[in-house]
Ligand binder design. Structure first.
Ligand code: SF4
Ligand code: SF4
Length: 197
């Protein structure tokens, strides 16, 4: 009899517990039903990368002294520094430099430790290619500076994720004259100007 009562007690306890967990799950669901969708209409709109964003690395050939510090601090010894000794000037002469961005983990060690600051991160993140070997960039490809999101006339830069107007679920059906709840970069700049005045 006692065993039976204990079983009933356990069952009741577990039922309450299950009910509580279901309630907790549904609370999250109902909370999200109240929120409006957030979207960036890529590639027509792009978020401005943060200041310390680690995108594709930029390389300045003339500043590199072929010290190979970047190779030693890289967790996978990735940068390829091809140099020869210039007997006349008694200095290393850089011939070729490359990094395979298909393998790079963008940890930033090479950028951090380079003694001449000839490598730096850019805000370029669109690195998709059909063949991963195309991501093995040489010094010429790495010497190119990316086009800034804020300078691209084809792109509307967004500083942050913005909400669609209330009741709108499909961003592509939004009329051009309807502004969203968040601010576009021009609005933010206008606001800043008015504060300075
Ligand atoms: S650490 Fe800097 S200077 Fe030295 S080889 Fe690497 S990129 Fe060149
Ligand atoms: S970012 Fe990191 S993984 Fe990539 S080359 Fe530099 S040190 Fe190596």
């Amino acid at each position: 009899m006692f065993k039976f009562l204990q079983q009933v007690g356990d069952y009741t306890k577990q039922s309450f517990q299950a009910g509580r967990y279901i309630g907790q799950g549904l609370a999250v669901t109902f909370d999200h039903m109240q929120r409006r969708p957030i979207t960036v209409q890529y590639p027509y709109e792009k978020l401005i990368p943060s200041e310390r964003f680690r995108g594709r690395i930029h390389f300045e050939f003339d500043k590199c002294i072929a010290c190979e510090v970047c190779v030693r601090v890289c967790p996978i010894n990735l940068p390829v520094v091809d140099w020869e000794f210039d007997k006349q000037n008694k200095k290393k002469k850089l011939n070729h430099y490359s990094i395979d961005f298909g393998v790079c983990i963008f940890c930033g060690n090479c950028v951090e430790f380079c003694p001449t600051n000839c490598i730096s991160f850019t805000e370029e993140y669109e690195l998709s290619v059909y063949d991963r070997h195309q991501l093995n960039l040489d010094s010429v490809a790495m010497g190119r500076l990316p086009y800034k999101v804020t300078d691209d006339p084809m792109v509307t830069p967004l500083r942050e994720l913005v909400y669609l107007p209330k009741g709108t679920l499909e961003p592509h059906e939004l009329p051009a004259d309807v502004h969203r709840a968040g601010l576009f970069i021009d609005d933010i700049l206008d606001q800043k100007k008015s504060i300075v005045i």
